[in-house]
Design a protein. Structure first.
Length: 306
């Protein structure tokens, strides 16, 4: 197994300004056969307000439950979809939660009125993070000055309310870190969602105690090949899993769904691939990613069905 550089190794346990939630890492000795057969997974990012789910959303949620997804965080990524994410979460208390934010693609919509709406959403207990927010220079759907402003304003919201950050960064690493550094000492925990970056980017994030979200991108034999090595170096208490459904369908799924739509039920496939690449038992990877997500989002344990 590849050793993590010293910067990452320093942070195998949380540190910082008191905002990190510590939890005990799970070991195989603590896993019973029941745990191995019945993994409880948390999908930290699924776009369940996407219109591709309109026809069968309830069935999608049931399939997720049947596949071991115990809790799920719905990504709010725009002024339109953030309140919808909360509305959906409210229909399934204890199972669904939401984030509220404005993705960099939608940065131009982050007006004063939008900011006030986000502040109201963040006050709700089922909204467990600020975001999805950040920078995206890959597509540049919004002007970069607008992206910077929307990102900075959402970081200020997180500084004000103390909620975790659900972050997006693509081809904007230097500016992303520069803006994050300008808020040093004022923010709670942060996760870099859907990490697909370089080794240097990964260790820069780990050195700042950020959490890392891994998706089905890992399963792409071309674009995700480098991740198969990198995931070995992510400390277990900094690693979380997500589908980013309906996007990023794992390419190693067999059989592939005919409509090529990703959904939360496939989270179990991602954790199996992740465990293999980390050289771990899948139950261990699942248990630690669930513990990390539950601590990060401050989620209660789900109710046990009678």
């Amino acid at each position: 197994m590849q050793e993590a550089p010293s910067g990452a190794a320093r942070h195998l346990l949380p540190r910082g300004e008191g905002q990190r939630t510590q939890f005990p890492l799970v070991t195989l000795a603590r896993l019973s056969p029941h745990d191995t057969r019945n993994m409880q997974l948390i999908d930290i990012g699924a776009n369940l307000t996407h219109d591709s789910f309109d026809r069968d959303r309830d069935a999608v949620l049931q399939r997720a439950r049947d596949a071991g997804v115990a809790q799920l965080v719905i990504t709010g990524a725009s002024r339109e979809h953030s309140p919808l994410a909360l509305q959906l979460a409210q229909q399934h208390p204890g199972f669904l939660y939401a984030t509220a934010g404005v993705h960099p693609h939608h940065a131009v919509e982050f007006t004063a009125e939008c900011e006030a709406e986000m502040r109201t959403l963040h006050a709700h207990p089922q909204v467990v993070a600020v975001g999805e927010c950040g920078l995206d220079y890959f597509r540049d759907f919004a002007p970069r000055p607008a992206q910077h402003r929307a990102f900075e304003r959402q970081l200020q919201l997180a500084a004000d309310n103390g909620k975790p950050l659900f972050l997006h960064q693509r081809d904007a690493h230097d500016d992303f870190l520069s803006i994050m550094r300008s808020f040093d000492g004022r923010l709670g925990p942060a996760v870099v969602h859907c990490f697909t970056g370089t080794r240097e980017e990964l260790f820069a994030y780990l050195d700042r105690d950020y959490y890392i979200g891994i998706t089905g991108w890992l399963c792409d034999e071309r674009r995700g090949a480098h991740l198969r090595e990198l995931v070995r170096s992510i400390p277990a208490n900094r690693l979380m899993i997500e589908t980013d459904a309906p996007y990023l369908l794992p390419r190693t799924l067999k059989p592939m769904p005919k409509d090529r739509r990703n959904e939360p039920m496939f989270l179990s496939h991602i954790v199996e691939e992740l465990a293999r690449d980390r050289g771990e038992d899948v139950a261990l990877t699942a248990a630690n990613s669930t513990a990390a997500a539950r601590a990060f989002f401050r989620l209660p344990a789900p109710a046990v069905a009678a």
